[in-house]
Design a protein around this ligand. Structure first.
Ligand code: PYR
Length: 289
């Protein structure tokens, strides 16, 4: 029942990775979560340069070695360089999403891509499957052909799809990456990779405690509050809202996203806050009671 946070990447106002803010954020999160997933979607991984991906790893690693380092790139040389860079770190694993954008890539090319990375990796290798973003759904059959594969994160609204990997290979570590399925992922898979853990790690940790104590009704109520938060966030732009939500839920600032992920305006932050406050109170009552 692991909780993995795909950590956001804080930027300064002029668009540089804000390493000190990232470290401080991870220091706060690691009290509640088990693993930090670096350069994921919430971390704006596809929008980071190779050098920036190294910077985020180095910053997070100053705080914890419970890290999965996402290296995926359409430039395979960059991805390989990042795998080689990771050798100096003691990590939980290295991960990659599939090549994307280009349509109808033959399956064997996709497999070659993953195997080039997994063979070079000295750490456990993880797949980041995110079909709605990459255009490629890596089937359980294909996953089992990736050499040395340890696990995967399946960002998918369909829990049955995530379960297929487990059925095909019970030894794989399988996480679902959907914020709205945290409860079900904790119950039926190895855990969750949840973007909401950036601003509500205490709620996820309480949810897991409720499950362990057999208080499933309460755990499900936490999930329903999270789903209501997501409804609000999506209206303002979920990626940017995640930054603002850290301040609303945790009480500290965590820098800015970077265009084309535009930060929310002061007015939008104010509105977001007023919509989330009642949910925050409800959650606090639930987890303290
Ligand atoms: C990510 O942001 O990387 C997720 O999988 C949620």
């Amino acid at each position: 029942m692991q909780i993995v946070v795909p950590v956001l990447t804080p930027f300064t106002k002029d668009g540089k990775v804000d390493k000190e803010t990232l470290k401080e954020h991870v220091r706060n999160l690691i009290k509640y979560v088990d693993v930090v997933f670096v350069n994921g979607t919430t971390g704006l991984g596809p929008a980071l340069s190779k050098e920036e991906k190294k910077e985020t790893l180095s910053a997070v690693y100053d705080v914890t070695d419970k890290v999965i380092f996402q290296v995926g790139s359409l430039n395979l040389n960059d991805a390989v360089e990042l795998v080689n860079f990771s050798k100096d770190f003691h990590l939980v694993g290295v991960a990659s999403y599939s090549p994307y954008y280009f349509q109808r890539l033959p399956e064997k090319w996709i497999l070659n891509y993953f195997n080039e990375l997994s063979r070079k990796a000295e750490h456990d290798f993880y797949l980041y499957n995110y079909p709605s973003a990459t255009g490629y759904d890596i089937s359980a059959k294909l996953v089992n052909k990736i050499e040395g594969i340890k696990g995967l994160k399946d960002t998918n609204q369909d829990l049955a799809h995530s379960l297929e990997y487990k059925i095909a290979n019970p030894h794989l570590i399988v996480y679902n990456g959907s914020d709205s399925l945290v409860y079900y992922s904790l119950l039926s898979l190895d855990g969750t990779v949840a973007s909401v853990a950036n601003h509500s790690p205490h709620l996820l940790s309480a949810m897991r405690r409720f499950i362990k104590e057999g208080k499933k009704e309460k755990a499900l109520q936490v999930q329903l509050i999270i789903n209501s938060m997501l409804d609000v966030m999506r209206r303002y732009g979920q990626l940017s809202s995640t930054y603002s939500m850290v301040e609303v839920m945790m009480g500290y600032k965590v820098g800015y996203p970077r265009p084309p992920i535009y930060p929310l305006s002061e007015e939008e932050i104010h509105q977001l806050k007023s919509e989330v406050e009642p949910l925050k109170r409800k959650a606090e009552e639930l987890i303290s009671g």
